[in-house]
Design a protein. Structure first.
Length: 369
């Protein structure tokens, strides 16, 4: 990530801080940290951070980290002053905040442990500064992607398809869900991805009625439906795709339900454009499934935004009235789920344009049946 790109993102954030009269913002959410600084280290959960950004309203931003990540921070976070903390984050803040003249300190209240927030509050009281809990300070900057980001996401989607195609050719009766999931995630790394963007879902038969099924020891039988939901991370950006296939000859009921889901997906894709409310996209797909007699079998929202995180804004939901904007990247993933039978889901990714959308996925072999 270039220093110039991060500089532009920081400038937009600092303008927001100025409007809200916040002296500095403590950035703890990992994707926000990477978006602003280029620092790509992973946290080991919210309780063990690889580093924290301190972005003042004006001037030099800081990346505070420990010795494990010091070299990486210096290499990746161009334009940031990297500071090593040896006695913990709060000890470093207690020294740095007065140096910067911070009077109102914002923090990401949606991504900070309650125990940490309590210690932060006690430190703020000692220093005589005001704590300002904020949400959606950085995330709105990430919602509309630049053409460079769109290119990175497109590349991730196409690589994801290649991994799927490679593993699909090897699937045979007798394999397990967990075995196929392992092959997919191994293939991702072998073909150049940073790793999976979420835990891969592989579900056979009735297990596919669980939208977030966990791959297990179930053995694939001839002619049984296989639902695969997979995604990878390439150059920091995520892909997400679902295919439902049959190894062997599919029965007519499977083909009927698959075709309904595909028609629902295409109906939604046709209405996506800048300015349309998110709910209208969801409803376009939901209408096809309802009119086919399966309305009660599609319970989740149609889609979600994808970027540095595999689930981010916007949401394609019947409850969301926000309008889509050009440059937003979303999934379109209708499904039909019946506990006694199984499930079908198809998922592609698109970028919203002024007069329509661009579908990233190129392979329709498993869709146009």
């Amino acid at each position: 990530m270039t220093a110039l790109r991060c500089h532009g993102r920081l400038a937009r954030l600092q303008a927001r801080l100025a409007r809200k009269r916040i002296s500095a913002l403590l950035v703890t959410q990992p994707a926000n940290r990477r978006y602003l600084s280029g620092f790509s280290a992973s946290d080991h959960g919210i309780q063990e951070s690889a580093g924290v950004l301190l972005v003042p309203r004006r001037g030099q931003p800081y990346l505070l980290t420990d010795s494990r990540f010091l070299l990486q921070a210096r290499e990746e976070a161009a334009g940031f002053s990297v500071r090593l903390y040896q006695k913990g984050l709060l000890a470093s803040l207690q020294q740095l905040l007065p140096e910067l003249g911070v009077r109102r300190l914002g923090f990401e209240s949606h991504y900070l442990l309650h125990s940490t927030a309590g210690r932060l509050a006690r430190m703020a009281e000692k220093l005589g500064l005001e704590l300002v809990p904020v949400t959606d300070m950085v995330e709105p900057l990430r919602v509309v992607k630049t053409e460079e980001e769109i290119g990175r996401i497109r590349a991730a989607v196409l690589l994801n398809e290649q991994v799927f195609q490679q593993v699909y050719r090897t699937i045979r009766p007798g394999m397990t869900e967990a075995g196929i999931a392992l092959a997919l995630e191994t293939g991702m790394r072998e073909m150049g991805a940073e790793g999976p963007s979420f835990a891969t879902i592989v579900a056979f038969g009735t297990n596919a009625a669980k939208p977030h099924a966990v791959p297990g020891s179930r053995v694939l039988a001839e002619g049984e439906p296989v639902l695969i939901d997979m995604g990878l991370v390439l150059d920091g950006y995520c892909a997400d795709m679902t295919r439902t296939v049959v190894v062997g000859k599919p029965d007519p009921l499977f083909l009927e339900r698959l075709r309904i889901v595909r028609r629902a997906q295409l109906a939604a894709i046709r209405v996506i454009r800048a300015g349309i409310p998110s709910r209208e996209v969801d409803l376009a797909a939901r209408r096809v499934i309802r009119e086919s007699g399966y309305g009660a079998c599609f319970g989740h929202a149609l889609g979600h935004g994808v970027g540095l995180e595999v689930h981010e804004e916007p949401r394609l939901s019947a409850r969301c009235r926000k309008k889509l904007r050009a440059g937003m990247v979303v999934t379109v993933e209708p499904g039909i789920y019946l506990p006694e039978w199984g499930g079908v889901r198809l998922e592609n990714m698109v970028v919203v344009r002024k007069k329509g959308c661009e579908v990233f996925n190129k392979d329709t072999t498993f869709l146009d049946l």
